[in-house]
Design a protein around this ligand. Structure first.
Ligand SMILES: [Fe+2]
Length: 467
């Protein structure tokens, strides 16, 4: 009681304000870096949207993993004038013999828009840890690119992932991508957390903005895989335009290897890469009990062998823990359904986007709550994942600056600046995460965290999942 008399609430608030660089209340940090709120999309004649020269030249080239283990690559591109060739010629850096693979092409219409010829070609049985050259546009305008396959899957394989979410196509988006490319940590694969082009914000969901976005990211996505997660801006559900097939443009343009993980939908799937087991989930597909996604994840998690892939990582668009007022509680229903599994199977980290800010949680869970027992406050739980929201790619909606106050105990660091993340796996026990703010120098870490692997190197006491 005496302490309360000395430290009245006003005095405590004053103390918090005195901690000037960051607000340090309730154990978490709220970065006070302020940035402008709104950045428009880059104009159509921007150099980053330039159409490559040559008749029917392939454009919007991007690659993603094409199988479960990293020996396959899906190469996708669009030809604008006529179908052209579905062929990919590819060869390892030290070989003179070109291999040939045949793909397919698809098209779609969306209201008054008709897409170009969207090609997808999967090449398989590649050597690990090898640089490959590839050529597309055979017969007309040939374009050449390259990529490097990952090391063979194994428990102590170092590997560096980049994390980008909610990118859009503004000047800030361009800064984010440049910052990622220039980061000396050199991410080898992008884990993309949903919300790609934001074309649905245009009248009639102007799909030419899907095309500009594809040309914008080509400079990176043609050379390293981007692992795709679908967000709400991929839904493109527009009954007023008689467009009622959800995810139509996204699913025609961005193929993923869902069948190899026995998924029945491109919206949820898994891959292994290096020492990581990556599980992609869909916040905008059914996930309640007995739904296809629920059953798939229920059957998928027990398959993860931490002696081969120690790092278990889940990707989803909508965060299930956030202290931002934007999209607050939107992930609550998925938390109710999936959180106990994340704890039971010791998921190391859940990355999400959607909220246009950065936030890192402590290891917490809220699985004890059963509606009647009142235990609805998250508690420290070393078996629980760290939740990282990184929807700060820089789209035209601007940053989500409305934080809930006071900062809740589960929130370790939060800031409404644009940026990207790096998840740098060292071995089976340690990984280093860093968050890089766009306004800083390329090597600056605005926030960082050493991960101790939840299976091999847990810290502290663990709570066992209750159900
Ligand atoms: Fe979103």
């Amino acid at each position: 009681m005496a302490l309360l008399k000395v430290f009245d609430p006003c005095a405590i608030c004053l103390l918090c304000l005195v901690l000037s660089a960051s607000e340090l209340c309730n154990g978490g940090i709220t970065g006070n870096f302020l940035r402008k709120e709104y950045s428009p999309d880059m104009p159509l004649d921007s150099d980053v949207f330039q159409v490559p020269p040559g008749y029917n030249a392939p454009q919007q080239v991007h690659i993603t993993q094409g199988d479960t283990d990293g020996r396959g690559v899906i190469i996708s591109w669009i030809t604008p004038d006529e179908p052209g060739s579905d062929t990919v010629l590819y060869w390892s850096e030290n070989s003179k013999n070109k291999n040939r693979a045949e793909g397919i092409f698809v098209r779609y219409k969306f209201f008054n828009y008709t897409s170009g010829y969207i090609h997808h070609c999967t090449i398989k049985n590649l050597e690990y840890n090898t640089k490959y050259m590839y050529e597309i546009g055979i017969g007309y305008t040939i374009r050449r690119f390259w990529f490097k396959t990952p090391p063979r899957t194994g428990p102590d394989v170092p590997y560096t992932f980049g994390l980008i979410g909610d990118l859009g196509q503004t000047h800030d988006s361009n800064v984010t991508l440049t910052h990622y490319e220039s980061n000396p940590k050199k991410g080898k694969t992008v884990l993309f957390l949903g919300d790609l082009s934001y074309s649905n914000d245009y009248p009639f969901h102007d799909n030419t903005r899907w095309d500009t976005w594809g040309r914008f990211i080509e400079r990176n996505a043609a050379y390293q895989p981007w692992i795709w997660t679908a967000g709400n801006h991929e839904l493109d559900f527009a009954p007023q335009l008689e467009e009622t097939t959800p995810f139509k443009p996204y699913m025609h343009r961005y193929y993923v290897p869902f069948a190899s993980s026995h998924s029945t939908s491109p919206l949820w799937y898994s891959i292994k890469r290096g020492s990581a087991y990556l599980i992609v989930l869909s916040s905008y597909s059914a996930y309640g009990k007995s739904t296809p996604q629920y059953k798939w994840l229920r059957d998928e998690l027990p398959k993860v062998d931490r002696s081969k892939t120690p790092w278990l990582i889940a990707l989803m668009h909508c965060p299930i823990y956030t202290s931002n007022s934007h999209h607050f509680m939107e992930g609550e229903t998925m938390r109710v359904v999936f959180e106990s599994w994340f704890v039971k199977y010791k998921v190391d980290v859940v990355f999400s986007g959607h909220v246009h800010a950065y936030e890192r949680s402590k290891r917490i869970s809220n699985i004890a709550y059963n509606i009647v027992n009142g235990m609805c406050t998250p508690v420290d739980d070393q078996s629980a994942p760290v939740y990282i929201t990184i929807g700060d790619g820089g789209n035209h909606d601007g940053p989500a600056i409305g934080m809930m106050e006071p900062q809740p105990n589960f929130s370790a660091y939060r800031e409404a600046s644009f940026g990207h993340g790096i998840f740098d796996i060292k071995n089976r026990t340690h990984a280093y995460f860093s968050w890089h703010r766009n306004q800083d120098g390329y090597a600056v870490e605005a926030d960082s965290f050493w991960f101790h692997n939840s299976y091999w190197n847990p810290l502290g006491k663990s709570f066992v999942a209750q159900h």
